[in-house]
Design a protein around this ligand. Structure first.
Ligand code: NAP
Length: 497
């Protein structure tokens, strides 16, 4: 089958792309997703307590406000519902190819087309939008002995709802955004919860509240009211960005967090374990009112010794202590800087995106990549945020995608890619802007790749990203002629990095 555009992924990015294309007249597209329903990370993460830590009015598409949000910070089922509702509202369902995993996407130099090999058959497209998402492939550490474990093991993003945790001895590994949400939910059920913490998180109070029926009715009756709330939240959140760009601003927030810890955890030994010793914001700041109190309960142990190995009936830590467990839950995050999808995308000359991004990811405006014609990568390098909604970044990228497609149509160009020079200048500017931010204060986090570069976070306000992506700049792109030879391709790749 052939379409003008193929989209990989039906989460926030892929659905946003589909709706934008549909609404701007680029209606010849399909959306591939390996799952049996849309929703991406909001379909896959169903662990107890899963919710968003960005306010709902902002964590939604600007073009699809939802007056029915029931809480200022929505839970996973509501966000998943919202995405399914968008599919129907904008008539995207016929464009979906669910249960279609893309095994390979290869650029054909001569045909100037992307050739996709999917689990549901082959497909050809002129333009490829990769919206596979940075949080789609669970990362499970390679701990010795995991295969010999006699109990049940699973990752937070693949929750085993068929495994009742009541009365069990449960080991949770990791203390990131997912663990902080699920631990307080399962603690009252289990006989014993052992939490393996490598690094304590900075936690701020969760100031959420129910949205009343009267407010919902007002948002329905006066859509401008919801837009005004969104605009207010946008400004407040942009203000919070200051704390990341100028770390001293976070002193007040750090004091508030430590004061909350003192109030919620009476035991000084436990409090000491839970006290972060790095600058707030260097790793993702989490929000919760019940995580620390749940750790202070008598059936919980917080273990800070490193895990040495897994044995059939539990885990053994580096200090030789044997911790009994019949269930192990990995809250250990995702393959963010080493996502498997990049090994499946082959650009000019057969080079994979994984190869082009070894050892470090580079993209012009976080979206287009030299050597990969007509590829638009949503939430690519340095498009993540610590302070506000990533949906804002997706929408900025989509504006750029549409502008590029319009440019190609009006100038009758088949294929474009950013010049090596434009990509180099962009990367250089990002690296310069990163200096002095909180992410450069020396903690270890998944924001950093194996070279120590921060390739995930946008070192600025969401507004500055949106402004930079507002226009398509033809001078920063080169037209890709059919049949470019691999040698030329390699030379340009070498220039790009
Ligand atoms: P994460 O933030 O990457 O946290 C992984 C945790 O596992 C960290 O505490 C890490 O410790 C620990 N870990 C990893 N390998 C380990 C090992 N070998 N031994 C011991 N501990 C290990 O993952 P996540 O909690 O799933 O969250 C991922 C991202 O999803 C978040 O940052 C956020 O962007 C998103 N998320 C968002 C929400 C939301 O509300 N919007 C909710 C959930 C998730 P270290 O800290 O020492 O590395």
């Amino acid at each position: 089958m052939e379409t003008d555009v193929a989209i990989i992924g039906a989460g926030f990015g892929g659905l946003g792309a589909a709706i934008r294309l549909q609404r701007t007249g680029f209606t010849d597209f399909v959306v591939f997703d390996r799952g049996d329903e849309v929703g991406g990370t909001w379909r896959d993460n169903t662990y107890p307590g899963c919710a968003c830590d960005v306010p709902s009015h902002l964590y939604s598409f600007s073009f699809a406000p939802n007056p029915r949000w029931s809480n200022t910070f929505s839970s996973q089922p509501e966000i998943w519902d919202y995405l399914r509702d968008c599919v129907d509202r904008f008539g995207i369902r016929p464009k979906l190819r669910l249960r279609h995993e893309v095994h390979e996407a290869r650029w054909d130099d001569h045909r100037q087309r992307w050739l996709l090999r999917t689990s549901g058959g082959d497909h050809t497209a002129r333009v490829l939008i990769c919206a596979a998402g940075p949080l789609s492939d669970p990362a499970i550490p390679d701990l010795p002995g995991v295969d010999e474990f006699a109990g049940t093991v699973f990752h937070s993003a693949r929750w085993r709802h068929d495994h009742d945790l009541t009365g069990r001895r449960v080991a949770v590994i990791g203390t990131g955004a997912s663990a902080v949400q699920l631990v307080p939910q399962i603690q009252p059920l289990v006989e014993k919860l052992t939490l393996f913490q490598r690094t304590p998180a900075w936690i701020m109070p969760r100031r959420s509240r129910r949205i009343s029926r009267a407010e919902q009715a007002a948002f329905r009756a006066v859509p401008g009211a919801q837009r005004a709330v969104r605009a207010g939240l946008y400004l407040v959140r942009e203000g919070m960005g200051l704390g990341f760009l100028h770390p001293t601003v976070n002193r007040f927030a750090s004091r508030l967090s430590l004061r909350t810890l003192r109030r919620q955890v009476a035991d000084p030994h436990l409090r000491d374990k839970l006290t972060p010793r790095y600058a707030m914001g260097c790793k993702r700041v989490l929000i919760s009112n019940d995580y620390w109190p749940s750790l202070a309960q008598p059936n919980v142990d917080v273990v800070t010794a490193g895990i040495d190995r897994i044995v059939p009936d539990g885990l053994v830590t580096a200090d030789g202590v044997h911790h009994l467990a019949d269930t192990v839950i990995f809250g250990t995050g995702f393959h963010v800087t080493d996502s498997p999808v990049v090994r499946r995308i082959q650009g000019r000359g057969g080079r994979t995106l994984g190869e082009a991004w070894t050892p470090s990811m580079h993209a012009y405006r976080g979206t287009t990549i030299n050597g990969f014609p007509n590829l638009f990568f949503l939430l690519g390098p340095n498009t993540g945020l610590g302070h506000t909604s990533v949906v804002l970044m997706i929408e900025a990228q989509l504006r750029l995608v549409v502008a590029a497609l319009r440019h190609m149509r009006t100038t009758d160009i088949q294929a474009i890619e950013p010049t090596a020079e434009a990509q180099r200048r962009w990367t250089e500017r990002i690296d310069q802007k990163m200096a002095g931010t909180v992410w450069e204060t020396g903690c270890e986090s998944w924001y950093l790749d194996s070279t120590g570069r921060n390739t995930t976070i946008w070192p600025g306000f969401a507004t500055s990203f949106r402004v930079r992506l507002r226009r398509f700049r033809p001078a920063d792109y080169q037209v890709v002629a059919a049949g470019t030879t691999p040698n030329e391709t390699e030379r340009e790749h070498a220039d790009a990095v």
